[in-house]
Design a protein. Structure first.
Length: 269
């Protein structure tokens, strides 16, 4: 029997979930418009205060995960612009800076964040949801996609830095709401009347951040993508994973996105 370290890697931190809401309790968005809506007000300020985040967009809304030890810095950073609540026994209770003032860490001197390379595979993706009561009807297909699908064959000599396609499947179940990301070809395997998408049925392209596993201590990775897209009012659906970060953008806007990110890389040199 293999010890756990042989087959499982675990981040050495406990993470807390932040969700940006409006109108008191309503989610910040009900379609996949994603991280750019909260880039200026949340993600960029946290990066400037050296708070590392994990980002998870879902079909219904967006979540920001921060390490528990960073909570005092998070509260002090965001309290000027947001009313902050914590959940206690199912109720939302206001939080003030004084509640977490002990142990507050002063922000470190500003440093220039590393701008990681981005890749843009040609794969077209769908962002979908499904009603929980219909999940059993597609469970077998979901398991097949999750465990038995393989990456499409690559041409001989193809560069790993110039991806023609990428295998990517994401499934989240959060408080009863299901969110799925899969490529457009895989979607064809499922009953069209069970997987729901936006009324426009738009397809999405990906930019993948990082040429090697990114880790959890570096700050500004999400901001690298979200900040220029927010300035251009371009929607993005963002998923941080253990090894890489992935931003999905509307297919018709991929050329502009690549141009914006290239300009940012060049201006930093």
């Amino acid at each position: 029997e293999l010890p756990p370290s042989e087959f499982m890697q675990v981040a050495d931190s406990t993470w807390l979930v932040l969700s940006v809401v409006s109108n008191g309790r309503a989610p910040s968005g009900s379609q996949a418009t994603g991280v750019t809506k909260i880039a200026r007000s949340v993600i960029v300020p946290l990066a400037e205060h050296h708070v590392s985040v994990l980002m998870l967009s879902t079909y219904q809304t967006d979540f920001i995960l921060v390490r528990e030890r960073d909570l005092p810095v998070v509260i002090h950073t965001l309290a000027g612009e947001f009313d902050i609540y914590k959940e206690e026994s199912g109720e939302c209770v206001p939080v003030s800076c004084d509640d977490v003032s002990n142990g507050f860490l002063k922000s470190k001197p500003a440093t220039s964040p590393t701008l990681h390379p981005v890749q843009s595979p040609q794969t077209r993706f769908c962002i979908l949801t499904v009603a929980p009561d219909t999940l059993p009807a597609i469970a077998t297909m979901l398991i097949d996609v999750l465990f038995y699908s393989h990456s499409p064959p690559r041409e001989a000599g193809a560069s790993s830095q110039d991806l023609d396609s990428i295998t990517f499947f994401a499934f989240s179940l959060i408080e009863g709401y299901i969110s799925i990301v899969m490529d457009a070809e895989t979607q064809k395997r499922f009953p069209s009347d069970l997987l729901l998408t936006s009324s426009t049925g738009e397809l999405w392209r990906m930019v993948r951040i990082g040429g090697q596993p990114l880790g959890f201590d570096e700050c500004g990775i999400v901001a690298q993508i979200a900040e220029p897209l927010a300035a251009a009012d371009i929607s993005a659906y963002y998923i941080s994973t253990f090894n890489f970060d992935h931003a999905l953008v509307p297919e018709e806007g991929i050329a502009e996105v690549i141009q914006l990110l290239q300009q940012r890389q060049e201006s930093s040199r």
